[in-house]
Design a binder for this molecule. Structure first.
Ligand SMILES: Cc1cc2nc3c(=O)[nH]c(=O)nc-3n(C[C@H](O)[C@H](O)[C@H](O)COP(=O)(O)O)c2cc1C
Length: 178
């Protein structure tokens, strides 16, 4: 079986983490994967804000009403942002970079979860993006797509299986109704 496909199947959203620290060299590899991702017209508009420290991560986990609790448990979070003035395709660019980082994390045995920020709200109806920008002094022109929570795995999840692959969603030469 192809090594990359196996890695893709093994990557699951990991929302619980152990107390073991992430090695600086592993974090560097994860970030390098993001910084090596393709981007529209090679504009490379990304900015990654690395967040460490229990208190800061706990505060950041209030960035939206639900679905952000993994941040509080994580060892490190990476805010995945991009300069929207540099590329109108910043959402795609940021998303691809985030996916690359998740796959590199998995290859290192580190669990990760994508926490959606763009388009989400905090408990008091503030835009999650504004909350994150204000907390870290991120300029308004730098938009936030998501946050990756990262840590050594505190839960084990089964890899995706071949049985769940939706081949029926593939259309060859013409649309085929399901
Ligand atoms: C665009 C996007 C937004 C997501 N937002 C969240 C989120 O806010 N919180 C969360 O816990 N998981 C989030 N996830 C993770 C998904 O729930 C997860 O990828 C999906 O259930 C499939 O499970 P898997 O990642 O284990 O394959 C998000 C994933 C994507 C791609």
């Amino acid at each position: 079986m192809n090594k990359l496909l196996n890695l893709i199947k093994s990557r699951r959203s990991i929302r619980h983490y152990s107390d073991v620290d992430i090695e600086a060299s592993d974090l560097a590899k994860i970030v390098q994967a993001g910084l090596t991702a393709p981007s529209s017209m090679n504009t490379r508009p990304w900015h990654f804000i690395i967040v460490e420290g229990k208190e800061r991560l706990e505060q950041l986990s209030h960035c939206k009403t639900s679905g952000a609790s993994p941040i509080a448990e994580a060892k490190i979070a990476i805010i995945v942002a991009a300069d929207a003035t540099k590329s109108e395709m910043w959402i795609e660019d940021a998303s691809i970079a985030a996916s690359y980082m998740q796959l590199q994390a998995e290859e290192l045995g580190i669990g990760s979860c994508w926490i959606q920020i763009r388009g989400r709200l905090t408990a008091d109806d503030q835009l999650s993006e504004d909350f994150v920008q204000q907390m870290f002094g991120i300029p308004e022109t730098v938009s936030v797509e998501c946050i990756l929570s990262l840590g050594h795995k505190g839960e084990q999840r089964e890899p995706h299986t071949d049985e769940e692959v939706m081949w029926e969603r593939v259309h060859i030469n013409e649309w085929k109704a399901e």
